[in-house]
Design a protein around this ligand. Structure first.
Ligand SMILES: [Zn+2]
Length: 230
């Protein structure tokens, strides 16, 4: 996986800033999976999208993910720090079709198709319906929300990245879920802003163009920044 360059970070920030979160996932995954035709990204199992986006983040910003989750029991904000290798223990692909239930794993295209359904259970059932193959029993549609979520989790375990933390305030176990796109996008936004600030400061000081500043190595950019605004 090739790391994003400063040019790549700014280009992705430009392109993704006003996109729907699902389109942003497709954008980041397409960048991570330049080995695949761009129009096939929306038909990848969600676990593969998650894995690809987290691998791109790891290559560019390192393996450590710092995030936070709000405790649902007492409201305390808990810091979560985890390595990519811990949340993605293996590179096992999703099952193509779950033979027992006749289900295929959902994709970004499927999520987009049900994104406007206001009721969570209704949305999950429509998603299930989309993912049922010809061999799926019709009785599957009687499943409730928890059962549907369990079916999808078993089918494609990496689609949602979750880890359990213990609340430091009330001591209860809290499930923190990480959205790979949000995790990478936060870094892109933060680095994009930092890069533009450096471009601005160095343009005022030395008259350099954006391209000239972005072409500098990180060490040289930091050294010039320290001279201009110690
Ligand atoms: Zn708590």
């Amino acid at each position: 996986m090739r790391a994003l360059t400063p040019h790549d970070v700014l280009a992705l920030w430009d392109e993704g800033a006003h996109r729907h979160p699902l389109d942003r996932s497709a954008l980041l995954c397409a960048r991570a999976r330049s080995d695949l035709p761009a129009d096939t990204i929306v038909d990848l199992p969600l676990g593969e999208v998650t894995r690809s986006v987290l691998r791109l983040r790891e290559a560019t910003f390192g393996g450590r993910i710092d995030s936070h989750v709000d405790c649902p029991f007492c409201g305390a904000r808990l810091a979560v720090s985890v390595m990519t290798s811990e949340v993605l223990p293996g590179d096992a692909a999703a099952q193509v079709v779950d033979a027992a239930h006749g289900l295929r794993p959902p994709t970004l295209r499927d999520l987009a198709a049900v994104a406007d359904v206001p009721d969570a259970e209704d949305g999950a059932r429509r998603l299930l319906q989309r993912c049922m193959t010809a061999s799926a029993p019709a009785s599957l549609l009687d499943a409730d929300l928890a059962e549907i979520e369990a079916l999808f989790e078993a089918l494609d375990p990496n689609a949602d990245v979750g880890l359990q933390v213990i609340c430091t305030e009330c001591g209860k176990p809290v499930l923190a879920t990480l959205d790979a796109t949000v995790v990478l996008w936060d870094e892109i936004e933060a680095q994009g802003k930092a890069l533009l600030r450096m471009v601005h400061v160095l343009a005022v000081a030395y008259g350099w163009t954006e391209s000239e500043t972005l072409a500098l190595s990180p060490v040289r950019r930091a050294a010039y920044m320290a001279m201009v605004s110690p």
